[in-house]
Design a protein around this ligand. Sequence first.
Ligand code: ITT
Length: 195
Amino acid sequence: MQNENLRLYFVTGNKSKFNEVSKIFQTQKVKFTLQQLNLETIEIQADNINDVALFKLNSVKDKINSSFFIEDSGFFVDKPLKGFPGVYSSYVFKSIGDEGILRLIDDFEGSRAHFSAVIALYFKPLDKILIFEGEVRGKVSDKIKGKGGFGFDPIFIPDLIPNKTFSELSPQEKNEISHRGQAIRKLISFLKRNF
Ligand code: ITT
């Protein structure tokens, strides 16, 4: 039987998130075996994603007997939408989608946007909760471009690769600069330091 101390669950219903994270784990020498766990979590409507992430973690903590983490992320159109959809990203994507966001914007060149990710980890060997964050800045594309990724990827142009949307990048290229990639690499450094 596998050593339970070396099992790490990523509690998420979003297969695309899991696939991105799992690719990073494969390229790093991590002793932990990563596994997706699709458990119902509770997402409160707070105005910052750190609070959402901690609540989400605590909503399933009693049901899991291993180390595990959850991730809460969002797409923020800082200019001209003052941060919308932000903490409502999941719902807004399902309701109005990428097209709906584009209809709200006139000046794409002058737009600003970012993705944020907060990972909350329950690390069983130390009985501790830890937070890891990542953020990537850019602007909104004037049209939907690319086939890769998920969610708002086809309309986000990162500052670091200013001629492509996230959907036009390979999974590795997106992971190298994305909010999720940054947060996961911090989590992996923690695991390497502590196990
Ligand atoms: P879980 O809560 O089960 O993990 P979820 O998709 O509901 O899955 P969130 O509540 O964190 O996850 O919602 C974040 C939403 O923000 C997500 O559904 C996407 O619409 C968007 N989003 C987050 N990261 C993204 C990324 O890397 N690329 C594109 N869209 C992203």
